[in-house]
Design a protein around this ligand. Structure first.
Ligand code: PRX
Length: 657
């Protein structure tokens, strides 16, 4: 039998323009939502655009400031400053601020290890651990502005480490634990990190993923790192420690006291660098600063996730990605919320692990990626139905466009047709959610991330920067600045200017293609540059190509994406070998492993195709469009008039057959 809310929301499905289905908010949800009406959203949105000083001043006023700002916003495209003249501390606002309230004993983090153990860290406990680790940082000579690389799995100590960095004014750069030693080395070198925080090994699908040995390897090619702190996750991991340089977390934490006064930092003090893929081979260090990021992370968490004090919030992202920074750690803790952190894989020991966790902790808000949803669909709903998910009241997605089928499955099977879905569009560069429904208010259309968040002015434009008519495709740009906007690419301001502000003067270019419908709803179609979105992770084709070319047998490589049912995109690499080298299955495997070693497993090509040549224009540019067509459908239907050597195409086609 259907419950009443299920019936009600199914009745709410109406058919509108483009025959797209619209899901109207459930009235019960609206009644208790943080933002209760469309009219209120519109009023707040208008104010955030027309009177940012007032709007953003009021939000920031909820925080602790050692010194108030004198001016909220300064926008000299492409350079933004927010809360000018202010002094604050993010760690203080995440922790100390809650200690004089009842939240002192509230769970800040509920952690579940892959083998099944639970750890609950209250705000008081987090505060104490963060203070102690801040003292460890000081003891190891880390001071304001120093860069600290963090290379860990999903353990509470990762959250403690970054909060401690913020506390002393050090700039953290979290490197996803799935990246290789080589990738870690590049990031340490680019950031000139002084300290590395890691763990012996992480657990993934019951296997040990050794992290400390990868750090040792990375440090062979770096010269800036003075100390390494190693958290022990595995009792008998038996890793080697280098005396003088390496320190066990549990030992060094014993030698410090638990009092640490948060360092006062300027609003624009750098908070973190997070590397992400771009259109060239070298990952970009996206730099975020303190106060603007803090305010935006706080506000979006509160409004998009309709966060209440009683809620248990689970964002499944790894802290190695921006989603984990903003919606596992900073956003929830700025709100004094309870955030769930799970260490392992969604299908370990069985494909119902997530549903088991939701049932066990009675999670209310669940935020995950479309690629995960598609995997759940494939694993089958019987795994979901084994568990009681009635605690859920809100669902979210992020990372790539969600296909309407996956949206519907998420809505019906996970949300039991009663939970609103917030499809949130944003990027590493934007720091926080930019376009998203507000639950209980915004009617949703499967596949659309709907309307802009406060202070965000998106537009879909043509090549010349002119807005395109409703319903037409174009490039997604953002006018003006917003508080959590990236400030630059670390160490490469020229690249920052060119990459984001080079195409549409004065406007931030997202790299995404999109269209806006006649209701003003945004539909993001995906990247229009050479960046691929694989299982919600961003990878640059150039990055994978340069990894392939670094193999001694490879002369040239071109990487393209082909649609994949689960991962969104699969990686297809066209490889030309050095003259004397002979193609073989073994070599294909070797090349795939080589990429994994250079970048990490996430970048491993799904398919390698050897070809005698690559299709190029007369000026020598690889025609990726043609390769994409070949990889996807096996034929080329587009324009080939600029192709330099037609025989290459013929060969590529016949190689495929
Ligand atoms: O292409 C868009 C896609 O992910 C890109 C940003 O990737 P990254 O910086 O790794 O951050 C991912 C998590 C914030 C965007 O340029 N993307 C992200 N969210 C959505 C999306 N595409 C469509 N719909 C979304 N909700």
């Amino acid at each position: 039998m259907k419950n009443s809310s299920q019936t009600q929301s199914q009745e709410n499905i109406t058919s509108v323009m483009d025959e797209k289905r619209v899901f109207h908010p459930d009235k019960e949800f609206t009644k208790s939502a943080n933002i209760k009406s469309m009219a209120l959203y519109k009023k707040m949105y208008k104010e955030s655009i027309l009177n940012p000083e007032k709007f953003w001043g009021e939000v920031a006023g909820e925080f602790h400031w050692f010194k108030y700002w004198t001016k909220v916003k300064q926008w000299n495209p492409p350079h933004a400053k927010w809360y000018i003249g202010g002094k604050t501390n993010l760690s203080y606002n995440c922790l100390d601020r809650h200690l004089n309230t009842w939240r002192r004993n509230k769970a800040a983090i509920i952690w579940e290890g892959e083998p099944g153990e639970t750890r609950i860290l209250t705000y008081q406990v987090m505060f104490r651990e963060v203070c102690k680790f801040a003292n460890v940082l000081k003891q190891l000579g880390v001071t304001k502005g120093d860069r600290v690389a963090v290379y860990m799995g999903m353990v509470p100590e990762l959250a403690i480490a970054i909060l401690a960095c913020a506390r002393v004014g050090a700039v953290h750069t979290v490197v996803f634990g799935g990246f290789s030693a080589e990738a870690l080395k590049d990031r340490i070198n680019d950031a000139q990190a002084k300290l590395v925080i890691t763990q012996d090994a992480a657990l993934r699908r019951g296997n040990l993923v050794y992290l400390k040995p990868a750090v040792d390897k990375a440090l062979e090619g770096t010269s800036t790192v003075e100390n390494v702190v190693v958290y022990r996750r595995i009792p008998d991991s038996n890793i080697s420690m280098s005396p003088g340089r390496d320190h066990w977390w549990h030992e060094i934490m014993q030698s410090v006291n638990d009092q640490n006064e948060a360092t006062q930092v300027d609003s624009e003090h750098p908070l973190f660098i997070l590397y992400t893929s771009g259109t060239t081979g070298k990952p970009k260090g996206i730099l975020h600063t303190t106060a603007g990021y803090m305010v935006n992370a706080y506000l979006t968490t509160k409004t998009v996730f309709d966060l209440k004090d009683e809620d248990i919030f689970w964002c499944t992202a790894d802290i190695g990605w921006v989603t984990g920074h903003t919606y596992v750690v900073y956003g929830p803790m700025l709100n004094g919320a309870t955030s769930v952190m799970y260490e392992g894989a969604p299908n370990h020991p069985e494909p119902d692990r997530y549903w088991r966790i939701i049932d066990k902790y009675k999670i209310n808000i669940f935020y995950t990626a479309p690629t995960a949803i598609r995997a759940f669909i494939r694993w089958g709903e019987q795994w979901v139905l084994k568990h009681n998910l009635s605690s859920l009241r809100l669902l979210g997605t992020v990372g790539e466009p969600i296909n309407p089928e996956a949206w519907m499955w998420y809505h019906k099977i996970i949300g039991k047709s009663k939970c609103p879905i917030v499809d949130t569009w944003w990027q590493t560069e934007t720091g926080s959610i930019m376009i998203s429904p507000l639950p209980g208010i915004t009617p949703t259309k499967p596949g659309s991330c709907t309307l802009p968040m406060f202070g965000v002015l998106p537009e879909v434009v043509d090549r010349k920067g002119k807005p395109v008519p409703a319903g037409s495709g174009g490039f997604l740009i953002i006018k003006d600045t917003w508080p959590s906007m990236l400030r630059t690419i670390y160490g490469d301001n020229q690249r920052f200017k060119k990459q984001y502000f080079g195409d549409y003067k004065g406007y931030y270019f997202t790299g995404d293609g999109a269209r806006k419908d006649s209701d003003g709803y945004f539909w993001v179609m995906g990247r229009v540059d050479d960046v691929i979105n694989v299982a919600g992770h961003r990878l640059g084709t150039a990055e994978i190509e340069s990894a392939l070319v670094s193999h001694r047998d490879v002369a040239e490589a071109a990487v393209v994406a082909r649609p994949d049912e689960i991962k969104g995109s699969a990686i297809v690499a066209f490889v030309t070998l050095e003259n004397t080298k002979i193609p073989s299955l073994l070599l294909k495997e070797e090349l795939r492993n080589h990429v994994a070693q250079e970048i990490g497993h996430i970048a491993k090509p799904d398919e390698i195709r050897f070809s005698e040549g690559l299709p190029k224009t007369r000026s020598g540019k690889i025609m990726r469009r043609l390769l994409r067509e070949i990889a996807t459908s096996g034929t080329v239907v587009g324009d080939t008039t600029t192709l330099e050597d037609f025989s290459v195409l013929e060969k590529l086609r016949s190689d495929e057959e």
